[in-house]
Design a protein around this ligand. Structure first.
Ligand code: ADP
Length: 549
């Protein structure tokens, strides 16, 4: 017998309508390219999104067609999230930090009809966008007076476009299983692949992300959204925050420590989220200038860190310097992204600090809806005993089934998606990512975790960032090589670093060499670009002088 409840579709438009009705006056704050603060509200965002939906219909954009964004975090970009999807179109958020060839590939592969972009990215698109056949026009996310001169064909102004429309223009009727947002993986291995989220998957993800043991968002929060709107839907926060009426602060392009500090202070932010690289810069600023800042006046309580492993040193510093609790989360483009989250359990409340940092260094536990398991090379499930290490698989209602335009499913017959991450699962459900499968270091038949080694290295007081790669070795097949970026003014010595590590990792894990570098390469989403490092240092340990050691 079927249940007798209503089948109300789970649509993104219902989320912004709710925010407008019950939290209409709550602020959406944007910092512009010029550093100006602009204030809007959920009510205004909803009206402007409805106007945009009508404008898109007027331009002939049909349900299911794609429009792209190439933009930093701002209220207009948020309006596009709701306006494009509210017109039944699919918003393809493109990461402007990708190489131009990758941007061109994505825009073309998704067959975008329009591209919405910040004026700052006009020069980036001009050389190639005209050659992409599907694109019929470009809409600049700016005021009329700020419209730049450009060779891009059919250039429009966002404000002109929505001006002629009504505040109460209707949403285009869509089904909850229809596509809403299309994100591409960053393509560190092969061409970028498209992940097409549905209205339903995004709304379900937002419910779980908002929950107390998710991000714990509420109308009492003011959220500094550091994670870009072009990085996996800013981890779902545009929907989660609207769903509970949390204030949203959108930092624009300036993500340096001082800019973030000023926004946290001025907008009384209680919660923030972002990748470790951004927070390392922020904590450097706080360490260097802490004395002249009034740190105790910050309202910040918790910071969600994901995208790469949050080093233990980062977790500790947030606690010592600011009394902020780091919530470590794991996910990927293919998982919307939230899959596991490290909110504390009751038994953690009495732990002394070091033991608590151990727990926080793990990637958290599955949130409701997500199933996890690890498998061995033969595809057999391994025990969640904290010892066995295997490839991580995941499934659930916001995990992808098939890549955009792919012929085959991306999952096995039981729905398991293989993540490419190597992990341990603990008996209490905590996940510990030890590596990406392509980054694991295989030394003499044993595996060494590059993430564990990097975390141990950044605990060194003179090291700001570390990367460990496996480098071919004549005897051991591969051995770890450590590259470190020193803190400003520091000059750590190799022997000192190795002595430091010797107290923290197994002896046979100790890197065969340490190289101090001014900076490390990162992907467009802030992850260490290990493919480039492996290429550069491929011959490092086969050189005769090292062999002699
Ligand atoms: P891409 O796969 O395109 O590089 P994603 O943002 O989808 O971009 O990256 C997902 C990957 O990031 C995961 O598979 C994992 O390797 C890594 N990752 C994400 N969060 C964490 C974390 N908390 N700890 C370790 N690795 C993480």
């Amino acid at each position: 017998m079927l249940g007798l409840m209503q089948d109300t579709p789970l649509l993104l438009s219902s989320v912004i309508d709710y925010a407008a009705r019950y939290h209409g006056g709550v602020e959406v704050v944007s910092k512009t390219e010029a550093g100006r603060i602009e204030r809007s509200t959920y009510a205004a965002v909803a009206k402007r999104a409805r106007r945009l939906a009508a404008a898109l219909r007027g331009l002939g954009v049909q349900p299911g067609e794609r429009v792209a964004s190439l933009a930093v975090n701002s209220a207009r970009h948020l309006e596009l999230y709701y306006g494009a999807t509210g017109a039944g179109a699919i918003l393809n958020t493109v990461n402007p930090r990708l190489f131009p060839e990758q941007i061109a590939y994505i825009l073309e592969h998704a067959e975008n009809r329009l591209v919405f972009l910040d004026p700052a990215f006009v020069a980036l698109l001009e050389p190639f966008a005209g050659q992409i056949p599907s694109i019929q026009g470009f809409v600049l996310l700016c005021e009329r007076e700020a419209m730049p001169k450009s060779s891009l064909a059919n250039l429009m102004c966002f404000e002109d476009l929505i001006d002629a429309q009504a505040d109460d223009a209707p949403w285009t009727p869509v089904g909850e299983r229809d596509g809403a947002i299309l994100c591409y993986t960053s393509g560190t291995t092969g061409s970028p692949k498209g992940v097409l989220y549905s209205h339903r998957s995004l709304v379900l993800h937002a419910f779980c992300a908002t929950a107390a043991d998710g991000m714990g968002l509420s109308s009492r929060d003011s959220v500094l959204l550091v994670t870009p709107l072009f990085h996996v839907n800013a981890w779902g926060v545009p929907f989660s925050a609207a769903m509970c009426g949390a204030k949203l602060v959108l930092p624009g392009a300036a993500l340096d420590g001082e800019s973030l500090y000023n926004l946290l202070r001025d907008e009384a932010c209680t919660f923030s989220l972002g990748v470790p690289t951004v927070w390392l810069g922020f904590l450097d600023f706080i360490s260097a200038h802490g004395e002249r800042l009034s740190l105790s006046s910050l309202a910040l309580e918790r910071v969600l860190v994901g995208g790469s492993a949050a080093p233990r040193a980062l977790i500790e510093k947030f606690d010592w310097l600011l009394g902020v609790y780091v919530i470590h989360a794991w996910g990927m483009t293919e998982t919307s992204p939230l899959a596991t989250i490290g909110t504390p359990l009751p038994e953690h409340a009495k732990l002394e600090r070091q033991a608590r940092y151990d727990i926080q260094s793990r990637q958290g536990r599955a949130i409701y809806g997500v199933e996890l398991r690890i498998i061995d090379e033969a595809g057999l499930e391994l025990p969640a005993d904290g010892v066995a290490t295997g490839e991580l698989q995941v499934r659930g209602p916001w995990v992808l089934r098939q890549y955009f335009k792919a012929d085959e499913p991306a999952v096995d017959a039981d729905g398991w998606f293989t993540t490419g991450d190597v992990a341990r699962l603990l008996p209490d459900g905590f996940l510990q990512i030890t590596d990406r499968s392509k980054d694991v270091i295989k030394s003499g038949g044993e595996w060494i975790s590059s993430i564990d080694l990097e975390n141990a290295a950044v605990a060194h007081p003179e090291i700001r960032e570390a990367a460990v790669i496996g480098v071919p070795h004549p005897k051991w097949q591969e051995r770890p090589l450590l590259l470190v970026v020193p803190r400003p003014g520091a000059a750590p010595a190799k022997e000192d670093i190795l002595r430091f590590l010797a107290n923290r990792v197994a002896r046979w894990w100790l890197p065969d060499d340490v190289i101090v570098v001014p900076e490390l390469p990162h992907t467009a989403t802030g992850k260490l670009l290990k493919t480039a490092l492996r290429e550069t240092y491929r011959d490092h340990l086969s050189r005769a002088d090292i062999e002699a050691n």
